[in-house]
Design a protein around this ligand. Structure first.
Ligand SMILES: Nc1ncnc2c1ncn2[C@@H]1O[C@H](COP(=O)(O)OP(=O)(O)OP(=O)(O)O)[C@@H](O)[C@H]1O
Ligand SMILES: Nc1ccn([C@@H]2O[C@H](COP(=O)(O)O)[C@@H](O)[C@H]2O)c(=O)n1
Ligand SMILES: [Mg+2]
Length: 209
């Protein structure tokens, strides 16, 4: 999979293009939270009430494995280990899905997972998120939810869950802090029942969009 990065000339052309009143940048909301915090559950609720397309980075990577891609085996082994797949792959899948959707409003679930994800997305898509939803939930509750999920995910076992928590704390929480420092973070108490979490989510979308 070749990923084409913008040269300064590409960027200048794009910047000029973006000045045109006919060109509207897509609206992107990043959705972050620990494994099992309810990102997928709440994104599914949001799309029923607001005109967003839900793109889960993890789901796109799992679909890439199933497609027989040359990167399938590598992606599979990284997911099984709870590791973060090289950003060029994930960003390319996200950009392709955005283009194919026909929509211009996206919930990007489980992304950016680390600094490299964030920077490569900024450089390639040249989009900053409108805001970032963060589902905050204690680890013991997350562990219970994942162990009860029963979706046959290869990474839903105690050994991999511990690794995913470690990656979340070491690589993703700094991204959460980054967006907090930019005033873009919308933190939600995700330990409550799903319906109550959605009330908070709905209020945020109603006031932001
Ligand atoms: N508020 C909630 N209270 C209790 N259970 C919940 C809540 N929200 C989601 N769940 C359940 O917890 C499990 C994990 O939820 P979900 O798949 O939405 O999390 P996720 O953040 O997308 O996880 P991952 O990062 O692993 O993809 C699911 O079985 C879901 O039904
Ligand atoms: N930006 C991302 C998102 C996910 N991954 C890999 O997929 C696994 C599952 O992700 P979920 O969001 O569905 O839990 C995750 O543990 C990573 O291995 C990734 O590499 N980059
Ligand atoms: Mg999910």
């Amino acid at each position: 999979m070749d990923i084409i990065m913008d040269t300064p000339v590409d960027a200048a052309i794009k910047d000029k293009h973006e000045e045109s009143p006919r060109f509207r940048k897509p609206t992107v909301v990043f959705v972050l939270g620990g494994p099992g915090s309810g990102k997928g559950t709440q994104c599914a609720n949001v799309v029923q009430h607001f005109s967003y397309t839900h793109l889960s980075a993890g789901d796109l990577l799992r679909a890439e494995i199933r497609s027989g891609s040359q990167f399938g085996a590598m992606i599979q082994s990284m997911i099984a280990e709870g590791r973060i797949v090289p950003s060029e792959i994930t960003v390319k899948l996200l950009c392709k899905a955005m283009e194919e959707s026909g929509n211009d409003k996206f919930l990007i679930d489980g992304f950016p997972r680390n600094e490299e994800n964030r920077i490569i997305f900024e450089n390639v898509a040249r989009i900053e998120p409108a805001f970032v939803l963060f589902f905050d939930c204690p680890e013991e509750e997350l562990e219970k939810r994942i162990m009860n999920r029963n979706q046959g995910r290869e990474d839903d076992n105690l050994e991999t869950i511990k690794k995913r928590f470690k990656v979340f704390v070491e690589s993703t929480l700094p991204i959460v802090s980054y967006y907090e420092s930019k005033g873009k973070l919308r933190k939600i108490n995700a330990a409550k029942p799903s319906e109550e979490v959605f009330e908070e989510v709905k209020n945020i979308f109603s006031s932001e969009t």
